[in-house]
Design a protein around this ligand. Sequence first.
Ligand code: LMR
Length: 413
Amino acid sequence: MACASSFAAVPLAAPVVIFRLTSDFKEDPNPNKVNLGVGAYRTDEGKPWVLPVVRKVEKCLANNDGLNHEYVPILGIPEFTQSACEIILGKDSPAITDNRVGGVQCLGGTGALRLGAEFLRSWYNGVNNSSTPVYVSAPTWANHNGVFGATGFTNICSYRYWHATKCGLDLQGLLEDLENAPEFSIIVLHACAHNPTGTDPTPEEWKKIAAVMKKKYLFPFFDSAYQGFASGNLDKDAWAVRYFVSQGFELFCAQSFSKNFGLYNERVGNLCIVAKDNDNVKRIRSQMEKIARTIWSNPPAQGARIVATTLNDPALFAEWTDNVKTMADRVLLMRAQLKEKLEKLGTPGTWNHITQQIGMFSFTGLNPSQVDYMVKKKHIYLLGNGRINMCGLTTSNLNYVAESIKEAVTSGQ
Ligand code: LMR
């Protein structure tokens, strides 16, 4: 007799929106289709880009008979974690000089967020405290809620960030929400190129944020997924993290090398830990080693080797920064051209925010029905909140996208 499946009661989960857009785009036969969904770089021909420096290093690694496929340490390849921490904090960071920094290699930026969240849930400010409030920006990258929720944090709150009518940062709301957060709350901050709004605080605004956080003993957990992408300059894009370090904060920073190395499918991430002293770093990393052991045991080597080789060789490093600038400059050009075209077309509304925002994304201000119009009528794929991936724009599709935005805005949708 056939038994019912033990999984008969499993509900079908909703697809992950960002990746669902990619598959919808792929299946769409319309010749004018444009994918402005998932955050991945495209050339002006609309193709994925393997950074020339990455190709070069890959070939060197392939020809290096000294390399093998043995397990790497659970906490990662030391040359990788060390150089990753140096790139975000700056080689001359006082925290590095004081020997109170440590890295853990993780599976992409998501893995770094998850490892940090798992650790905090077990050990932050008293053992096993799942009710510690975790604050994420409103809006934020959808996975922030997912990651912290999955680790068992039960009190995930949001702080105001985006001011819809101003089309910019809601600094006052943000500061008020931090002021009102319970002491010792965990605050997730986007290090640069805020996802999805492309709107970062200025240095002066960061100083105000840091001052409130210091007063309220709030813990900064930075997510740095776009270093180099925001301004084309690695140091400039790390300014906020470095400022918090200079103010004496203990902090975590989840680093992703998916975007700035174009290594999306290699899952190269680092969790950079800055603590009060070396003894704290040692104990934190020892617990993280236990957590990593039960999730992925040992990290993969290829992507981390590519990054470590590049960061540790001055000539390759220079080539890499040049490659990053190529990507950042293309985005800047697309921003300028999109804004110009929208204005030339007389598209209702103001479009200054397109060039004021930075990084991979633009928060267009299109409402859900206008987005729907773009997707269904124009075959242009973007997120429901109006976010577009600027790297999906090319010289050949820009006019079509701008005209479609105008149509969506004026069609009363
Ligand atoms: C995005 O925001 O589009 C990227 O970070 C991809 C992802 O994993 O969501």
